[in-house]
Design a protein around this ligand. Structure first.
Ligand code: SF4
Length: 446
């Protein structure tokens, strides 16, 4: 830790805590701050913060002494403070607000398992976190002790996975999986590894950020038994990158666990191109690859954190080309209603003709790319062994239009609306006339 360029902080209120306690994650967890009195040991609270902290029924508040120490006590707008200390704005409703904005519950075949995409699932294995983020997408269940998952729920989740062979990737989340006891975590990882079609397991965790002391050698020894295992952390602002986080990430990387970062675009926290550039550059210094930058979801309590989508596109404009390509995250809107992640970014394609496209680069340099005029698609037999898994899912989307025999994707009720008795008409009696003839698809040659 001595060679790290990143700071290590401890608030004066914790100066007398012995090092062996400060560095013990159990001490951090059992000394979390959550009341007006707790926070006023560190800095004076605003009226808005006091009001929110005294409010019944608000999303849970808990902050480890370590993470609270990263807050600048003299700055009421500190970006870490805004992420974890509630304000009265959290109570305000806004247009579009939803309890379950990603419709996760609707995509749950069994409690806690979200099967949204064809080949991967989200497995919620706990509702507890080390600290609670004010904009949490899952605030409907997270932090609520009455919403825990039972052994029967785990069994039902595993049972679904055993009988669903298209699932090759399981993302463990919650809550935060790294708050679970090692015994429970090991049981879940072992059970997943025993399912032959599950190729990779991923963990989404903010524990390294909130409580890096938890990343012990015992934990990394446990995790590395279950490779290929990937882990995404969640850092939103460069001030969260400390000597302790750098050390935790170093331990995880040395255990062979590839690390990514998911951040959320938050008004007043990180909605600035220069903050984002520093963030992604510092992340790659601790060997964490920026993965996603999320548009803030339409979730209850998060209205004051929302930015226009244009802000996110502007941030990507400021990153792509201006810094290392692998440091640029994909900016996504997680579709309200459960449509999954939709990537957005600046447009670099200016125009095109039958043989040439016109592109612009990050500096505004405009160039052309001459298209090949003799390009031939690969022999279909080359791709045939790999094609099955994709086309079986029924979720081929626009790619299915390009690659398959379908001619269109229609909204629900489209056919009923547009077949206005025309099936009786003598010119339309033969419905096959509206089907593609397959000319040029290669089908007619077989
Ligand atoms: S760590 Fe993740 S799950 Fe927990 S409160 Fe924050 S955003 Fe929600």
């Amino acid at each position: 830790m001595s060679n790290t360029p990143f700071p290590s902080k401890r608030a004066p209120a914790f100066a007398d805590v012995p090092d062996e306690k400060w560095t013990d994650w159990r001490w951090q967890l059992s000394h979390r701050l959550n009341s007006v009195e707790d926070f006023e040991q560190l800095f004076p609270l605003s009226e808005s913060e006091r009001k929110a902290l005294s409010q019944q029924g608000l999303f849970r508040v808990d902050i480890t002494p370590y993470f609270a120490s990263l807050i600048d006590p003299d700055d009421p707008s500190d970006p870490i403070r805004k992420q974890v200390i509630p304000t009265a704005e959290e109570i305000l409703p806004y247009t579009g607000m939803m309890e379950d904005s990603l419709a996760e519950d609707r995509h749950s075949p069994v409690p806690g398992l979200v099967h949204r995409y064809p080949d991967r699932v989200l497995m919620l294995i706990t509702t507890q976190c080390a600290c609670y983020c004010r904009y949490c997408t899952r605030s409907r269940i997270v932090g609520d002790p009455s919403q825990t998952f039972s052994s029967e729920d785990f069994e039902a989740q595993l049972d679904y996975l055993r009988r669903t062979p298209q699932v090759r990737d399981v993302l463990l989340s919650g809550g935060d999986p790294l708050t679970l006891s090692p015994r429970v975590l090991e049981r879940i990882l072992r059970a997943l590894r025993e399912i032959p079609h599950i190729e990779i397991v991923r963990i989404g965790s903010r524990v390294p950020v909130f409580m890096p002391q938890r990343i012990t050698s015992e934990l990394t020894d446990l995790l590395q038994q279950f490779h290929p295992l990937w882990l995404n952390i969640h850092v939103n602002h460069p001030n969260e990158i400390t000597a302790e986080l750098a050390e935790a990430c170093d331990k995880l990387s040395r255990a062979g666990i590839p690390l990514g970062n998911q951040s959320v675009l938050l008004a007043g926290v990180n909605d600035d191109a220069f903050i984002q550039r520093r963030l992604v550059q510092d992340l790659v210094r601790i060997r964490v690859r920026p993965y996603y930058l999320y548009q803030c979801d339409l979730v209850e309590g998060a209205g004051h954190f929302r930015t226009p989508v244009a802000k996110g596109i502007g941030i990507i404009e400021a990153l792509r080309g201006h810094t290392s390509g692998f440091a640029v995250p994909t900016y996504v809107v997680d579709a309200p209603g459960g449509g999954g992640k939709i990537p957005l970014g600046p447009n670099y394609l200016i125009s095109m003709s039958d043989h040439k496209i016109v592109l612009r680069n990050y500096e505004g340099y405009i160039t052309t790319y001459e298209e090949p005029l003799d390009y031939k698609p690969p022999d279909a037999r080359l791709a045939a062994p790999f094609k099955k898994a994709i086309s079986e899912s029924g979720q081929d989307g626009v790619f299915g239009l390009l690659d398959g025999d379908e001619m269109s994707i229609k909204p629900e009720g489209f056919d009923q609306l547009h077949v206005r008795g025309g099936s009786q008409h003598r010119l339309r009696a033969d419905s096959s006339k509206w089907s593609p003839l397959g000319i040029g698809s290669g089908e007619e040659e077989e």
